[in-house]
Design a protein around this ligand. Structure first.
Ligand code: ADP
Ligand code: MG
Length: 394
């Protein structure tokens, strides 16, 4: 789909996205900058992406009429969150290129399948999952090896930002937690001593070409990403290159098309740099890649647009060290839970601050409202500004 083109019937080059959250919004911005028209399918009238898109189809993700309208209004389709029904992507793929495809999104939607894929390509990727057990039946619950405890019980489907997860110490707690989650399909992961977390974003085209960003180091608080460190020296170089190679291998083995994020744990195993373990993947751009908007010549959203449209995928170049601070609803809430406006003039008065707000009206604790990226000439100045910004927002 060439940017700015029109077909014989006069329809302007248009890209579609399933889902209207902040990732969809930043996708829309990137697509529009290249001259594409955009269409967002999302049931929410006030969705962050729907608010900025040329067209917004306001139906459920599985609605046949909505899906038909989407494929009619655009020439290629992507997704911005992994819980779009795989069947919907399959239906769209009958008439339009869909990237990533239903099969790979289906794998990423299910922790059991995701881990099976990581295990199947461990020989090529060089990285395995941490110890875990699948729990789909009471018999499997009974058979859980004791050495997986203490652990984290995670629902196989529909978890995000630490939701659908329960920490358990004993077999009795595990049984209660599984019952509490409704006895749905789960995985129990051994609780690992993490010395760090990192993620890698890669983009793969229809022709199999893969490009990627350097690995980011991520800090999570209560299961939600809080800070991303993106600069040279953020991780031991040997570890970073292993993570990058593993992410490329995982994307290749999936036959993936689009932007893929692979999350890793660095486990403290007594060795100098720790052991790399693959955690999960997201079939879309990722919160940990938001810094690429301000610190790289091509962002993760630019690559998403290019990959789905069949345009060239240049190797991104990061031109500035960066730190990204996630802005959760708490930033807008005082100690009584009343809304307050953050001191944006002070924050934006700091050098190298880039504010991104997602257009969400309601601030709730834990809700991703926006992010702030800090770029600068060197790591020390970026760190200093990030600390000042964090203090102003705290
Ligand atoms: P989500 O889909 O919510 O991102 P994750 O599996 O990535 O779920 O878990 C969220 C966070 O919880 C991780 O980034 C990490 O900080 C912590 N966590 C998850 N699993 C483990 C584990 N097995 N051991 C230690 N910490 C974990
Ligand atoms: Mg995660």
């Amino acid at each position: 789909v060439l940017p700015g083109s029109a077909d014989a019937a006069g329809q302007r080059a248009t890209l579609g996205v399933m889902g209207g959250g902040q990732l969809g919004r930043m996708f829309v911005h990137a697509a529009q900058r290249l001259g594409y028209f955009t269409v967002v399918l999302d049931p929410d009238a006030q969705s962050p992406a729907g608010l900025v898109s040329h067209h917004h189809i306001q139906t459920d993700y599985g609605d046949p009429a909505g899906l038909a309208q989407l494929s009619q209004q655009c020439q290629a389709i992507t997704t911005e969150f992994e819980n779009v029904p795989a069947q919907a992507l399959q239906a769209l793929a009958q008439t339009r290129p869909v990237a990533p495809g239903a099969a790979v999104v289906g794998i990423a939607q299910n922790r059991i399948e995701e881990k099976a894929h990581f295990t199947a390509c461990a020989d090529v990727s060089g990285v395995s999952c941490g110890p875990y057990a699948v729990i789909e039946t009471p018999a499997q619950l009974q058979a859980v090896p004791a050495d997986l405890l203490p652990g984290i019980l995670k629902t196989a489907r529909l978890g995000y930002d630490g939701k659908g997860q329960v920490r358990v110490r004993t077999a009795a707690e595990l049984a209660a937690a599984w019952a509490g989650l409704g006895g749905v399909a789960c995985v129990l992961e051994k609780l690992l001593p993490l010395s760090a977390e990192c993620s890698v974003l890669v983009a793969r085209g229809w022709d199999g070409q893969v490009v990627g960003f350097a690995p980011q180091r991520n800090v999570h608080v209560d299961g939600i990403l809080a800070v991303t460190h993106a600069y040279e020296g953020n991780l031991p170089p040997a570890l970073a290159s292993r993570a990058r190679d593993a992410a490329v291998a995982i994307a290749q083995q999936l036959g993936y098309v689009g932007v893929l994020c692979v999350e890793f744990f660095v486990v403290d195993d007594g060795s100098a740099h720790g052991a790399l373990v693959v955690n999960e993947m997201a079939p879309r751009p990722h919160n940990s890649g938001h810094y690429t908007l301000d610190a790289c010549d091509v962002s993760q959203f630019d690559l998403q647009v290019r990959a789905m449209a069949g345009l060239p995928l240049p190797l991104p170049r990061q031109h500035s060290p960066a730190i990204m601070l996630n802005l959760l609803g708490e930033v807008w809430l005082d100690e009584h839970g009343q809304r307050r406006e953050p001191n944006w003039p002070a924050v934006l008065g700091l050098p190298g601050t880039h504010l991104h707000l997602y257009g969400k009206a309601q601030a709730r604790a834990g809700r991703k409202m926006g992010h702030l990226t800090i770029t600068g000439p060197d790591v020390v100045s970026v760190r200093t500004v990030a600390q000042r910004a964090a203090a102003l927002l705290g």
